[in-house]
Design a protein around this ligand. Structure first.
Ligand code: ADP
Ligand code: ZN
Length: 498
């Protein structure tokens, strides 16, 4: 079954529900492929806009897309965001009370949802498969599809079972989405899911909204630079990656003594404390989070303005992924690598614990590549693209310390200067709207970004709408959001003017 849709029809849906003016690269084509009933395989970097690729066709088709996702928190977050946009959606998981699950199942059979999220384990339970025969399904969307590959570093055994989907539902398209950059993993993914002549879309891994700044430090200059960074990104959300659990604690304490509130996050903390810190950071209560690599999967906060590394990561892949948590909203963001020559010592320590000779060698090779990345005077964006097998057409990116220059705060110790990624709008109004958003989010018990994104706040500062028509002109404000929050937004703007 397929539903032809003209480009202008798709754009009006995009505008009506999402409040966006245009598709990001490849989105429109992926949507068309799904509307035409094809299997698709989509590789897009973090922040590329994968979710819209399956959400929008579900809306247009008027049936239910079944979305498989590895994390309960992510599913719930997405379902809640869709509901807020006026798109019926739900997430089913075993931690929900039984009556709530039953209610969702009942509504699903009636075809009420455009999107239904669930875990791979649940999807392939026999009773659920039987149940799905009664749901008017549009297609399956497999999020984080690289989790199916044993070659990837995020292998999830439960994902393996998804290979049965194709046989169980031979007539329904399957769409696979991943941000994984390695060839082997992508190949494995297509094979394991038994995609049928899939339309393949591979977006560039170049993320032009990110600025990469790399600086070799010593143990004296690194803490100084960290403090200056905190000043430069004052008021913005920041992640600081620290190589060890001990250094997470030290860094939080060091910042505290400098009067900067920061929360720790690492694998040795108790679950409750860890989730609490994550939540407080997600909700904009504390803007700085200092974590080990344990802080990662499931971090989908769109408005991170800087990711600061306090040592060399183990590989370029790891760096790309961690630094890439900045700027998911497409707004400018900075990735700052404050490394030290002595980082090699810690890496040697880890590498020497690796048992297999082949693995050990691979770990050292990764180290040399990331070390070259840091030391070569070659455009950082270019080095990353080349590493992932892309040859950029441009020579200079305009967004790294090699091509342009590092921001002033990285150079001149005495001067107080703003970071490059900070807003170019009236700062007072922007701050006012952020505070309004934080309070409203608290009152509603939802994360702040779900109220409005930074990009929307910025556009509000530019356009300063005074009525509902004006609001609909603002980036990220669709009809439903204007209806639900319009008055409050206008009031907040009014308040500031007075
Ligand atoms: P991914 O899953 O690929 O990391 P998301 O689907 O979370 O990316 O989208 C990243 C951000 O980009 C979100 O804040 C989303 O609302 C925004 N976005 C997606 N598509 C568009 C678009 N066409 N125009 C503007 N913003 C978009
Ligand atoms: Zn560059």
């Amino acid at each position: 079954m397929s539903v032809p849709a003209t480009t202008s029809e798709l754009h009006s849906v995009l505008k009506k529900y999402w409040g966006y003016e245009a598709f990001r690269p490849l989105q429109g084509r992926v949507v068309q492929s799904l509307l035409n009933g094809h299997d698709v395989a989509v590789v897009m970097p973090t922040g590329g806009g994968k979710s819209l690729c399956y959400q929008l066709p579900a809306v247009v088709l008027g049936r239910t897309a079944l979305v498989v996702s590895p994390l309960i928190a992510l599913m719930q977050d997405q379902a809640a965001q869709l509901e807020q946009m006026g798109i019926p959606a739900a997430a089913l998981n075993s931690s929900q009370p039984w009556p709530e699950q039953q209610e969702i199942l009942r509504r699903a059979v009636k075809g009420e949802y455009r999107l239904l999220y669930t875990s791979p384990e649940r999807l392939l339970r026999d009773d659920f498969i039987d149940f799905l025969q009664h749901v008017p399904l549009a297609f399956f969307a497999i999020d984080e599809a690289h989790c199916i590959s044993e070659w990837g570093h995020e292998f999830r055994p439960e994902y393996r079972q998804l290979s049965r989907l194709r046989d169980l539902f031979p007539d329904l398209p399957v769409a696979a989405f991943t941000a994984s950059a390695t060839q082997q993993v992508r190949h494995d993914m297509l094979r394991a899911l038994k995609l049928h002549e899939p339309h393949r879309y591979i977006a560039s891994f170049h993320r032009p909204n990110l600025n990469y700044y790399v600086k070799a430090c010593d143990s004296k200059t690194q803490p100084q630079l960290l403090l200056r960074a905190m000043e430069a990104y004052e008021g913005s959300t920041v992640i600081v990656y620290s190589p060890t659990v001990a250094r997470v604690g030290e860094t939080v304490e060091f910042l505290r003594q400098a009067g900067i509130a920061a929360l720790p996050y690492h694998g040795k903390m108790e679950n409750a404390g860890r989730s609490e810190n994550q939540e407080r950071w997600m909700n904009d209560e504390v803007r700085v989070l200092v974590g080990t690599i344990a802080f990662g999967l499931g971090i989908n906060k769109p408005s991170v303005r800087a990711v600061i590394h306090l040592s060399l990561p183990k590989s370029v892949e790891q760096y790309y992924q961690e630094a890439g948590r900045a700027g998911r909203d497409g707004e400018p963001a900075d990735c700052i690598l404050l490394w030290q020559k002595k980082d090699a010592g810690l890496i040697a320590y880890f590498n020497n614990q690796i048992a297999g000779a082949v693995e050990k060698e691979r770990a050292w090779a990764s180290y040399h590549t990331i070390r070259n990345f840091a030391e070569n005077a070659v455009c950082r964006h270019r080095q990353i693209c080349l590493h992932f097998g892309e040859t950029p057409k441009w020579a200079a990116c305009g967004a790294c310390d090699v091509c342009v220059a590092e921001p002033e705060w990285m150079r001149e110790p005495e001067r107080r200067v703003r970071a490059t990624a900070s807003a170019t709008v009236e700062p007072g109004l922007f701050a006012h709207l952020k505070e309004w958003r934080r309070l409203l989010a608290k009152e509603m018990g939802v994360p702040a970004y779900r109220i409005l994104s930074d990009a929307s706040l910025r556009d509000l500062c530019h356009k300063r709408p005074s009525d509902e028509a004006g609001l609909l002109d603002v980036f990220g404000i669709g009809e439903k959001k204007a209806e639900a929050l319009g008055e409050e937004i206008l009031e907040a703007l009014e308040q500031y003017t007075q």
